[in-house]
Design a protein around this ligand. Structure first.
Ligand SMILES: [Zn+2]
Ligand SMILES: [Zn+2]
Length: 335
């Protein structure tokens, strides 16, 4: 065989091996990554089994602007559009490729996009704890703040969205999506309930935490209980990514956290997880784990770019060797 052919054979082998080694389990398209102020970029993450292009939206703070950003960044290049559909590609994405919404809690920054796009959305399920779904039923989809686009509550129910309450720790099969969804309660400033969503496909898992305070401030064990659930998955190398909020920089006083985390508390909580994964060597237990930072709250202060500060604080304190990911709106991620 001529040298060039042999070489290209080697390269092909390397490429092939590279592809196999980097095969991902989940595709994630963040439609919104911030935790306030910017109504065009609030918490929402589309998750699909890799290359399936059938998404569950984790929270729905921003939909339309996020889908625009995702198109601009070519995140939906592999989606097969229906030329016979009366809807634009954007319309098809919203209506046909987002198969449902899992809402961590009913705060406006997690549901604004859902409310505004409900008029033109297709029929689909809304997953969440009863507490969250009841808030949507009683305070949003009630013909006072907004028409009743859901299937319960104030007459007349338009029944576009189907409330699907989740019980803590009980998995639900999302057959169409090829994923299993399990919710766990989180404490988001005392009386306010939030949720962690664990998505599983075969032997791969992805954990998304809605807004949450640290256990030490919330005076509870909710995060600890979540860490206990996912520690075995980390141990078996099944947890592909962990989405956790860091709303404020470390300078934020504890009594002004309102149920949120700062870089210091993110590391404190990850250290708890690490010690459950490997009690002897917690320092190496999470090495290489992809930790996606969500819900950074922008600031209008001239002196403060919270994104830069939070990024720096997390990076400097990263004694666990995790891989922090600062996701951009519309950027396709593979895990
Ligand atoms: Zn909140
Ligand atoms: Zn929030």
């Amino acid at each position: 065989m001529p040298v060039t052919n042999r070489l290209s054979g080697v390269f092909a082998g390397v490429l092939l091996f590279g592809c196999t080694a980097s095969a991902s389990d989940f595709d994630v398209v963040p439609l919104g990554v911030q935790g306030g102020l910017n109504e065009a970029n609030l918490s929402s993450y589309l998750v699909s089994v890799a290359a399936k292009n059938q998404f569950l939206a984790l929270d729905a703070g921003t939909l339309s602007s996020g889908i625009d950003s995702a198109f601009a960044r070519n995140a939906f290049a592999e989606v097969a559009w229906q030329s016979g559909s009366p809807y634009s590609a954007k319309g098809q994405l919203l209506r046909d490729h987002i198969k449902g919404y899992a809402i961590s809690h009913a705060h406006v920054d997690h549901i604004a996009g859902l409310a505004i796009n409900a008029t033109d959305d297709a029929k689909k399920p809304l997953y969440g704890f009863s507490d969250t779904l009841n808030k949507l039923r009683d305070h949003l989809f009630n013909w006072q703040l907004w028409p009743n686009f859901a299937d319960q509550g104030a007459e007349f129910a338009l029944a576009k969205y189907r409330y699907q309450p989740l019980s803590a720790g009980t998995p639900v099969n999302l057959d169409e999506l090829g994923m299993r969804l399990t919710a766990y309660p989180l404490s988001h400033s005392g009386s306010s309930l939030s949720a962690a969503f664990l998505l599983q496909h075969n032997n791969a898992a992805l954990l998304y935490l809605g807004d949450t305070g640290p256990d030490s401030i919330e005076k509870g064990q909710q995060l600890y209980a979540v860490w206990q659930q996912v520690a075995p998955l980390v141990k078996q190398n099944q947890l592909k990514a962990l989405f956790i909020e860091s709303s404020y920089p470390n300078s934020r006083p504890d009594d002004k956290l309102y149920g949120h985390l700062t870089p210091r508390y993110v590391l404190q909580e990850l250290t708890v997880l690490a010690s459950l994964v490997n009690p002897e060597h917690p320092d190496i237990a999470l090495k290489g784990l992809k930790v996606v930072i969500t819900h950074i709250k922008p600031s209008y202060l001239k002196s403060e770019n919270s994104q830069t500060i939070i990024q720096r604080e997390l990076t400097r304190a990263n004694n666990l060797g995790v891989e922090f990911v600062f996701a951009q709106q519309g950027e396709l991620l593979h895990f």
